[in-house]
Design a protein around this ligand. Structure first.
Ligand SMILES: Nc1ncnc2c1ncn2[C@@H]1O[C@H](COP(=O)(O)OP(=O)(O)OP(=O)(O)O)[C@@H](O)[C@H]1O
Ligand SMILES: [Mg+2]
Length: 247
């Protein structure tokens, strides 16, 4: 589902050297993997690299998403299969209302283009509009549907951003600190939804209870290098590993 081989990445002009160094791992279909690491370890950079967002010429190695090798010519194909929920929801919400933000993806990149502007196409028997409503209700933000996206609270924005990605049903879900800003109820709603989804997930987070509830495997990044990759329980019990990785 996901194959990363000998990935190196650096930011232009940053003089940091490599922020990802010789990163290799594979994710099987349906696997939920936590991406752990201290601030600055390279988690967000890795998620961005998987979508080809880093400037070309500053990465090396190979990335395959759903059997498609990531390169300039395949960018749109890869991005149709992998969806990223950004660390900062302001990077994701750009329409005026929550409803428009959630429908933007399906109407502009989705399968509903053939129907024009009307939202009628069946998604497993329900219309896109019904699906959007169901998703917003499941996340506990149905009442925010007509609110202005940029005037929501941090947690509300996070849930709206999640809805705008989940509605696309990408085969691979890349989540960057999905529980940041969420209150316990929002976190529970999110955990329930993610646990019910069949998708492959790579979840960058500092939220250990969330990891324990959701991810069977964890990868620990330390200064851009994979320090450990194994069953969540084993990784979380390894105090030395966690301390040395700044966790
Ligand atoms: N746009 C950028 N330009 C230059 N350097 C960057 C940029 N974004 C991140 N970096 C640097 O790359 C390194 C890895 O950052 P990254 O955001 O991937 O870390 P992270 O593991 O996601 O951290 P956090 O837990 O704080 O979100 C850091 O040293 C950071 O300062
Ligand atoms: Mg980050």
């Amino acid at each position: 589902m996901l194959r990363v081989q000998n990935l190196y990445a650096e930011y232009p002009h940053a003089q940091l050297g490599h922020v990802l160094e010789d990163v290799s791992f594979m994710a099987n279909s349906g696997e939920r993997i936590a991406l752990l690491g201290a601030n600055g370890a390279g988690k967000s950079t890795l998620l961005l690299a998987l979508l080809g967002v880093l400037p070309p010429g500053h990465t090396a190695g190979s990335i395959e998403v759903c059997g498609i090798k990531l390169e300039k010519a395949t960018l749109t194909h890869v991005r149709a299969r992998a969806g990223l929920v950004f660390q900062n929801p302001d990077d994701q919400l750009f329409m005026s209302t929550v409803w428009e933000d959630v429908l933007f993806g399906p109407l502009n990149y989705g399968r509903d283009k053939t129907t024009g502007t009307t939202i009628e196409t069946a998604h497993g028997g329900i219309s896109l509009e019904e699906k959007a409503r169901f998703l917003l209700d499941s996340l506990g933000i149905g009442h925010l549907k007509d609110r202005m996206s940029h005037k929501l609270s941090g947690g509300e924005k996070r849930l709206a951003a999640l809805a705008s990605v989940l509605i696309m049903e990408p085969q691979v879900l890349l989540l960057d600190e999905p529980t940041a800003f969420l209150d316990p109820r929002g976190k529970r709603a999110l955990t329930t939804i993610l646990a019910s989804l069949p998708q492959t997930m790579l979840i960058a987070t500092h939220d250990i209870p969330f990891v324990e509830a959701l991810a069977s495997r964890a990868i620990v990044l330390c200064k851009g290098v994979i320090r450990a990759d194994g069953p969540t329980g084993t990784i979380l019990r390894d105090k030395t590993l966690l301390e040395e990785s700044g966790l």
